[in-house]
Design a protein around this ligand. Structure first.
Ligand SMILES: Cc1cc2nc3c(=O)[nH]c(=O)nc-3n(C[C@H](O)[C@H](O)[C@H](O)COP(=O)(O)OP(=O)(O)OC[C@H]3O[C@@H](n4cnc5c(N)ncnc54)[C@H](O)[C@@H]3O)c2cc1C
Length: 412
C-alpha cells in the first residue's frame, strides 16, 4: 500500500519520485530502470538533446548530467559534445540509486480501478494498491508500424524499438525505412557493424540539425536575440514550448495537435551527417506500398517520383516512429481504458496531468498533445514535474487502501 504509485523508471518517473520524496510524500516506483534506453534504442547511439537539456530533474538540481559526468570523469559540455546513450543510462541508474533506492523492478501487467483507488498487478501476480497512480511509460507501448510492413515475422521485419544490439545483422542486407534520427542512427550503426544497409526515406531529403556555432560575442548575442537557444532547439516558439507548457495547455485542441505534429520534424543529430551521407545508399521520396516474402527475402515495392521500384533485403527495420494510443497501453484493463477520455487516441489531461479517471495521471511523451512538443524530450520534465509533485503533495495523506483481489481485471 502506498500513497502514489508510479509506473515506469525512466527520466520522468524517477524525477517525479525524487520531487515527491523531496516533499515528504510516499510513493512506490515500479519497472526496470532506464529499460527503454537500455533495450529499445540502438547501442552506440548518441543523444540528440544537448548535455544541458538532458538532466533528470531532482528538487535541488544536485545530480545534473554535468555533475555526474564530472564525478565519473566523462567528457561533457552543455552543448557541442554529444552525450553517448550509455552515459545517459549510467546517469539515470545513478540517479535512481540516489533518489529512488527502493525501486521495485517488477513490471506492471494490470491496472484497474478499485473501490477506493487503483489496483496494480505486478508480473509475479502480487497486487498492490494506491489512491493515485502515475503512468510514466515513455513511448514503450506506442511503436508505429505502417500497415504495409505489418504481419511479418520478427526475423524479417521489425520496428526500430525492437533493437538494442545491432551486431546480429553483420553480413546481412538490411533496409531501414524512415528519415528521422532513429532511422539515420540505426542505418549508420548497422553500417558500422558490418551490415549492408540501404536507407529508404519518404521525405525528399534526409535532414540533420545544425551544430551551435560560436561566432564571437557580438554575433552570438545578436543570434541569441533573434533565435534564442532552448533545450529543444533555437527560436522564440521553442522558448514558449519549453517555458510555458501549462500555457500551451490552454491553446485550442486542434492547434495543440497541429503544433505537436509539426514541430521538430524528422532530422538526425548534427554529429551524424558524416556517418550517414555518402556511407551507404539512400533513396529519398519513396514510400513502401507493398511488401512480401520472395525466395526467403523481403521484397519491398516503393512508390516514388520516378514510378515504382522494388528493393529486396534480408531484413527490414521500420524506423517509423511512435503514435500515442491509450488502447495500446497493455496493462490497462478494458474497464479503465473505456473510462479514459481520448482525442485521436491520446489521453485528455487536466492542467495537473490527470486523465478523466480521477487519480490517474500521465506524464512524459504521452502527455505531449496536452503540454506541447517539449514533453517528447527529457527536458520537458523540468517544467512539468515540479508542479505535478506540488499538486500531488497537496492531495497526499488520503492514505492507501487495501484492494480485494477480485477487484482487479487482468490487463492484456
Ligand atoms: C530512439 C530514441 C532516441 C531518443 N533520443 C532522445 C534524446 O536524445 N533526448 C531526449 O530528450 N529524448 C530522446 N528520446 C525521447 C525519450 O524517449 C524521452 O525523452 C524520455 O525517455 C522520456 O522519459 P520517460 O521516463 O517518459 O520514458 P522512458 O525513458 O521511455 O521510460 C519509461 C520507463 O517505463 C517502463 N515501463 C514501461 N512499461 C512498464 C510497465 N508495464 N511496468 C513498469 N515499467 C514500465 C520502461 O521500462 C521504461 O523504463 C528518444 C526516443 C527514442 C525512441
Amino acid at each position: 500500500m502506498s500513497e502514489i504509485i508510479i509506473i515506469g523508471a525512466g527520466p520522468y518517473g524517477l524525477s517525479l519520485a525524487a520531487h515527491l520524496r523531496g516533499r515528504g510524500v510516499g510513493c512506490r516506483v515500479f519497472g526496470r530502470v532506464m529499460e527503454n534506453w537500455r533495450s529499445k534504442m540502438p547501442h552506440g547511439m548518441l543523444l540528440k538533446s544537448d548535455g544541458f537539456a538532458s538532466n533528470i530533474e531532482d528538487p535541488g538540481s544536485a545530480l545534473t548530467l554535468k555533475e555526474f559526468s564530472r564525478t565519473r570523469g566523462l567528457a561533457y559540455a552543455d552543448d557541442g559534445i554529444p552525450v553517448p546513450a550509455e552515459n545517459f543510462i549510467a546517469y539515470g541508474t545513478a540517479f535512481q540509486q540516489r533518489f529512488v533506492p527502493d525501486l521495485d523492478r517488477r513490471m506492471v501487467i494490470g491496472l484497474d480501478r478499485s473501490s477506493d483507488g487503483f489496483a496494480v498487478k505486478l508480473e509475479d501476480g502480487e497486487i498492490v494498491s494506491a489512491p493515485r497512480v502515475v503512468i510514466a511509460i515513455g513511448v514503450s507501448d506506442f511503436a508505429y508500424m505502417p500497415p504495409e510492413l505489418s504481419g511479418f515475422s520478427r526475423d524479417r521485419v521489425t520496428h526500430a524499438s525492437h533493437h538494442g544490439q545491432l551486431d546480429v545483422f553483420r553480413g546481412r542486407e538490411v533496409a531501414v525505412v524512415g528519415s528521422g534520427s532513429s532511422a539515420t542512427d540505426i542505418a549508420a550503426l548497422l553500417h558500422e557493424n558490418g551490415a549492408s544497409v540501404r536507407l529508404l526515406a519518404r521525405r525528399s531529403e534526409v535532414r540533420f540539425h545544425s551544430p551551435t556555432e560560436d561566432r564571437g560575442l557580438v554575433s552570438n548575442t545578436i543570434e541569441q536575440l533573434r533565435n534564442p537557444k532552448t533545450g529543444i532547439g533555437p527560436g522564440w516558439r521553442h522558448v514558449f514550448y519549453t517555458k510555458a507548457p501549462h500555457l500551451f495547455w490552454h491553446l485550442p485542441e486542434d492547434k495543440r495537435f497541429r503544433i505537436v505534429r509539426g514541430t521538430l520534424g524528422p532530422a538526425g543529430g548534427w554529429f551524424m551527417r558524416d556517418r550517414v551521407i555518402g556511407r551507404f545508399p539512400i533513396a529519398t521520396g519513396v514510400t513502401p506500398c507493398h511488401a512480401e516474402l520472395r525466395d526467403g527475402r523481403i521484397a519491398l515495392d516503393l512508390a516514388g517520383p520516378s514510378g515504382k521500384q522494388t528493393v529486396t533485403a534480408d531484413h527490414v527495420i521500420a524506423a517509423t516512429g511512435y503514435r500515442i494510443d491509450v488502447n495500446a497501453i497493455r496493462f490497462l484493463s478494458e474497464n479503465l481504458r473505456a473510462q479514459i477520455k481520448v482525442v485521436e487516441q491520446a489521453p485528455v489531461l487536466s492542467r495537473q496531468s490527470e486523465t478523466s479517471v480521477p487519480g490517474l495521471y500521465v506524464v512524459g511523451p504521452a502527455a505531449a498533445f496536452s503540454f506541447g512538443p517539449v514533453l517528447r524530450f527529457v527536458y520537458g520534465a523540468k517544467s512539468t514535474i515540479p508542479p505535478l509533485a506540488r499538486h500531488l503533495a497537496r492531495g497526499a495523506g488520503r492514505g492507501a487502501v487495501a484492494v480485494p483481489r477480485t477487484a482487479l481485471a487482468p490487463g492484456r
